[in-house]
Design a protein around this ligand. Structure first.
Ligand SMILES: Nc1ncnc2c1ncn2[C@@H]1O[C@H](COP(=O)(O)OP(=O)(O)OP(=O)(O)O)[C@@H](O)[C@H]1O
Length: 255
């Protein structure tokens, strides 16, 4: 088990966004978090990544408690994410957007940075090389010097994934990765995520509304409704589940 969510509750004033939710994700699984709008999916992501403190409950990564750990420390522990609304630095190149993810791991001393000692330059070179390799892997290295926001929507999503991969995660959280993509891009993304899991030995947790995509990709899913877990298991069983159908009928028709 790589991630364990134990009895998490999150309230915003009177709104209970997550209501005593528990689930776990196994190593190398691709796990889907699904549910209607406002069900609490993004809130759960924000708790896992340390952006929100839960009102109650605990989060474990590889058996280590990470509840209430600061966001940057959670990145160092091995959790990376992408956002529902793409968050790239618009005035920076594709490469620089990815380097921002890698800087976190650079680790040279103040003196080495100040005086630009040899180790600083060789480390810089290594870091840049690694970023370029990730861009190559994602097939977007030819855009490395272009402004990130000048790329197509699908490629901007890839830049976000590249930046997340640059932090060497063991668990990758993707918030609606297929949103805004055409059917061809969605198909390619699914294949890419399988390859990412295998090549980088990564576990993937994703939020997605595209049920066809989820069906093709996810080993297991968890369905949230009004902050409560109403289903955890295989998607074939989710589609037949009475409670899931009631909460989420429209979207399952396309699975
Ligand atoms: N920072 C916040 N302050 C107050 N309420 C919030 C906050 N974040 C989320 N909520 C509320 O918590 C509930 C769950 O929202 P959340 O964004 O997690 O749902 P979601 O399942 O991700 O929805 P969507 O699919 O539309 O992104 C909603 O009622 C939302 O209004």
């Amino acid at each position: 088990m790589i991630l364990e969510i134990k009895n998490i509750t999150k309230s915003f004033g009177g709104v209970v966004a997550i209501n005593d939710t528990s689930f776990h994700i196994n190593k190398n699984e691709i796990f889907g978090l699904i549910g209607p709008n406002g069900a609490g999916k993004t809130t759960l992501f924000n708790i896992i990544t340390g952006n929100y403190k839960p009102t109650m409950g605990e989060v474990f990564l590889n058996g280590k408690k990470i509840t209430n750990t600061k966001n940057y420390k959670i990145v160092q522990e091995g959790i990376a994410r992408t956002f529902q609304n793409i968050r790239l630095f618009s005035s920076m190149s594709v490469l620089d957007n990815v380097l921002i993810g890698l800087d976190n791991k650079a680790n040279y001393s103040y003196l080495e940075t100040m005086f630009r000692l040899p180790r600083y330059f060789s480390k810089e070179k290594q870091i840049k090389q690694k970023a370029i390799e990730i861009l190559e892997f994602l097939g977007i290295d030819k855009y490395k010097d272009e402004l990130a926001t000048s790329l197509s929507y699908g490629n901007q999503r890839k830049v976000e994934i590249a930046r997340a991969l640059a932090t060497n995660p063991i668990l990758l959280l993707l918030d609606e990765p297929a949103a805004g993509m055409n059917p061809q891009e969605t198909k390619e993304l699914a294949e890419l995520l399988f390859t990412i899991r295998d090549k980088f030995d990564i576990t993937i947790l994703l939020i997605e509304h595209d049920m066809k995509f989820v069906n093709h990709l996810c080993d297991r899913v968890m369905v949230l409704d009004y902050g409560k877990t109403i289903f955890e298991g295989h998607i074939e069983d989710a589609i037949k589940d009475e409670e899931v159908i009631k909460a989420y009928l429209g979207d399952f028709k396309h699975a």
